[in-house]
Write a protein that binds this ligand. Structure first.
Ligand code: BEZ
Length: 220
């Protein structure tokens, strides 16, 4: 059975977390949320990832984006682990909830199970999965990284900016885009529509095919 993927509504699970009981849909509310999992508490790569995420929490909050971490260990373990994370990067406070999922039901439903990694009892562990969910509770973007490879939280923030820009202006963002750079007019928009939609104007790349599909414009 295929797992949760782009466009799917995330299951509305009720979960224990370091901030008490959380229902995923209520947690997301009318905002975007980054829902991300870690293989286990008290592990090195996960500690660096969570410390980095805590450091960027203010940037996500400025954009109205919520953070929700997952690890299978229990809430008491998470609370102890948070002390290590905050000591590792002083000033980076883990102010967002970390969910406990000891029976692995949530990570299965959220397509966050690592196909290889197992704990010492042979139980499943989460991969480094990350879903960016919209106010409609649908998955807008996902990363799936194995336990061996820490994620780039700058890229997560960049992806959030790209999604928010695309949603706000009905545009797309080209390779390596960062905020302030030119965006792309999607193929479904005719030149006539583009002139109306983007009164600031747009540039069309002159290509050997003479097909006018690569159009750039600026948005705020
Ligand atoms: C880590 O976070 O360092 C880690 C966790 C599970 C397997 C490998 C590495």
């Amino acid at each position: 059975m295929p797992g949760l993927t782009l466009g799917d509504v995330v299951p509305d699970l009720e979960l224990d977390s370091t901030h008490g009981k959380i229902r995923i849909h209520d947690f997301v509310g009318d905002d975007y949320a980054v829902i991300f999992s870690h293989p286990a508490d008290f592990t090195p790569v996960c500690t660096t990832e969570l410390a980095a995420m805590a450091g960027y929490a203010g940037e996500f909050a400025k954009r109205g984006v919520k953070l929700l971490g997952f690890s299978c260990d229990d809430v008491e373990s998470h609370k102890e682990w948070i002390k290590d994370i905050e000591a590792y990067k002083p000033g980076n406070r883990v102010g967002f909830p970390i969910v406990a999922d000891p029976d692995r039901e949530a990570i299965r439903q959220l397509n966050m199970v690592d196909p290889v990694a197992k704990d010492s009892d042979g139980a499943e562990l989460p991969s480094r999965a990350l879903h960016i969910v919209g106010p409609d509770k649908k998955v807008k973007l996902s990363f799936l990284f194995p336990a061996s490879t820490g994620r780039n939280m700058v890229e997560v923030l960049r992806a959030v900016d790209a999604l928010l820009t695309a949603a706000k202006h009905s545009v797309a963002t080209p390779v390596n885009w960062t905020p302030g750079e030119r965006v792309v007019i999607p193929p479904g928009v005719s030149d006539e529509e583009a002139k109306e939609k983007f009164p600031q104007g747009f540039d069309t790349a002159d290509l050997p095919s003479h097909k006018c599909y690569l159009r750039f414009t600026k948005v705020d």
